[in-house]
Design a binder for this molecule. Structure first.
Ligand code: ADP
Length: 535
């Protein structure tokens, strides 16, 4: 066979040549919908590549994006990598200092900013070394406190063709940083090869399942793990793409699902929870064309999976991944021969699923041996594969921590695997509670506590213990106007867990501290209650 490079150029050219008439729709900041097709999209990508070249962007240079899901962002997913440069998506939910750090660490040459986000960049303008700023939106100019171009003006007069260079499949195409739950954010570089193989696998019927017939709504932020590669996979198959634009609300999303006849979409559980609540209040808006949605980023509550299926006829498909894994690692579709009653069906749906084709996975115990496929024994999930990072960008120290000597990436997620190969994430390495040589899943205890009607939020942390190394402490936030005692909560947990799993104590707190991206920040609570069991 030929030695032929796997690059994103193929997706771009194929979309133009075979699906030129297929539509791309994008909600602008003023709520209007901009429409064009892959043929016009291709022309604008060429114009953008010419503009980037004039701004001095060279091979290997990084082009930052600080933006919502729009057609302009899609153009930035293609122009830089196809001309040999690298797109760098920046998470706009991070703290300003983290954003400045990331932009400088990545050494972004140009920064593309959605117009409503200008104030956020103004705050850090003096701290970042970017040479050129481009404001995105439909206007031809914008008022900024720093020198800037307007996107539409910048590309307006440029040529609609571009002399695309030959690209090596191992070249970087994109970059993103993890949110940095602990310490500074860490950068990951995605190769053309990794993104291409990931997109092909993501599109398979037993993975996310994408076809030319689909109308895709982009809910996963494009600043998060390549929007799960859905923009690339959709272009590859020639699906219609719909972008919800700045500040999308559940109302905007649901209206687009109906008006654009959406058949495919993906998002985090929080989004599905918001959509659920919105649909309960607006039952006449139930999405007519949607049979399933992909959910990843954290585990969706089983009640939500059930409600979507039974009330709306929409199946929640559970997937799992990380920034370092492009992100797809596992996806859950029950195998055809499994005989499942209602209870075992939903039980299975809460698991993260089967490992994707082309990846190699192990779940290893502290002594380095693999866990039994019994759904019980816990270990850390480690990975190898064509779209798994092999290092952190310019960070040898972090690289050493997170990659094993035998070439695996450490997810720092604790998992179990059953005899069918379905894996279930039960905790993170830093959060699992180590009690007398055994591990207790903080996540299982939290979910059980949060099922109590008086509990708004709960987290369970491992606290140093004189006899058992660590013991669980439950930190509980009560719903307004509700009350419950410690003893009642422990009794509530008792039938569901082994005795030694039950928290030794419960503390009631006002709120659970959160990280910049809204995950529970257990580090803060562990510090606060450090000596709780040593007193
Ligand atoms: P960060 O690692 O900075 O929090 P990521 O977006 O890369 O940011 O998050 C990846 C982590 O999210 C995983 O390591 C895992 O702990 C969690 N995660 C992702 N998907 C799921 C899922 N379906 N179920 C449970 N946890 C998940």
């Amino acid at each position: 066979m030929m030695k032929y490079p796997l690059t994103l150029q193929n997706f771009l050219f194929r979309a133009k040549e075979l699906f030129g008439k297929k539509e791309i729709a994008s909600r602008e900041a003023d709520g209007s919908i901009f429409r064009y097709n892959y043929s016009e999209f291709y022309n604008r990508v060429c114009k953008l590549a010419n503009a980037l070249e004039e701004l001095g962007v060279k091979r290997g240079d990084r082009v930052g994006t600080f933006a919502w899901n729009t057609h302009r962002h899609l153009e930035l997913y293609f122009a830089p990598p196809c001309m040999g440069a690298v797109y760098h998506t920046i998470n706009l939910r991070l703290f300003p200092d983290q954003i400045a750090y990331i932009i400088n660490h990545a050494d972004d040459k140009v920064l593309f900013i959605d117009s409503d986000l200008i104030p956020l960049i103004e705050k850090i303008r003096d701290k970042i070394k970017v040479e050129n700023f481009v404001i995105m939106g439909k206007e031809k100019s914008y008022d900024t406190k720093f020198d800037s171009y307007a996107y539409e003006e910048l590309i307006a007069g440029k040529s609609a063709s571009y002399d695309w260079p030959a690209i090596d499949e191992w070249d970087a195409a994109g970059t993103a940083y993890t949110s940095g739950t602990t310490g500074l954010p860490k950068g990951v570089e995605y190769t053309h090869r990794g993104l291409v193989l990931h997109s092909i696998v993501a599109a398979l019927p037993d993975e996310m399942g994408l076809s030319e017939k689909d109308n895709v709504l982009h809910i996963v932020p494009m600043f998060h793990a390549n929007a799960w590669s859905i923009p690339f996979a959709a272009a590859m198959v020639g699906a219609k793409q719909v972008f919800p634009g700045p500040q999308p609300t559940p109302e905007v999303l649901v209206d687009l699902m109906n008006s654009e006849q959406i058949t495919f979409t993906a998002g985090v559980p929080t989004i599905w929870l918001m959509v659920y609540q919105y649909l309960k209040q607006n039952p006449d808006k139930k999405p007519k064309y949607l049979k399933e949605v992909i959910s990843g980023g954290s585990a969706p509550p089983v009640a939500l999976i059930k409600a979507f299926r039974e009330e709306f006829g929409i199946e929640i498909i559970h997937a799992y991944g990380l920034t370092e894994t492009t992100p797809l690692v596992t996806l859950n579709r029950p195998k055809s021969y499994l005989q499942l009653d209602d209870e075992s069906y939903y039980e299975l749906k809460t698991s993260q699923g089967l490992v994707a084709p082309l990846l190699e996975m192990k779940i290893v115990k502290e002594d380095g041996t693999e866990v039994a496929r019994d759904g019980k024994e816990m270990g850390e999930l480690v990975l190898k594969g064509p779209w798994i990072a092999k290092e952190y960008f310019k960070d040898p120290e972090k690289t050493k921590e997170k990659f094993t000597e035998d070439g695996y990436f450490r997810t720092e997620d604790i998992a179990v695997i059953d005899e069918e190969g379905y894996i279930k994430i039960v905790d993170r390495v830093k959060d699992v509670i180590k009690s007398g040589g055994e591990w207790i899943s903080s996540v299982d205890l939290e979910n059980a506590l949060m099922a109590h009607p008086a509990v708004a939020e709960a987290t369970v942390i491992g606290i140093e213990h004189p006899k058992w190394q660590e013991r669980p402490l439950a930190c509980v936030v009560l719903r307004e106007g509700e009350s419950v005692t410690k003893e009642e909560l422990i009794e509530f947990l008792r039938p569901r867990f082994a005795k030694w799993w039950l928290p030794d104590d419960v503390v009631f707190i006002d709120e659970i501290p959160k990280t910049s991206v809204g995950k529970f920040d257990k580090k803060v609570l562990r510090d606060r209650f450090k000596n709780y069991y040593l007193r």
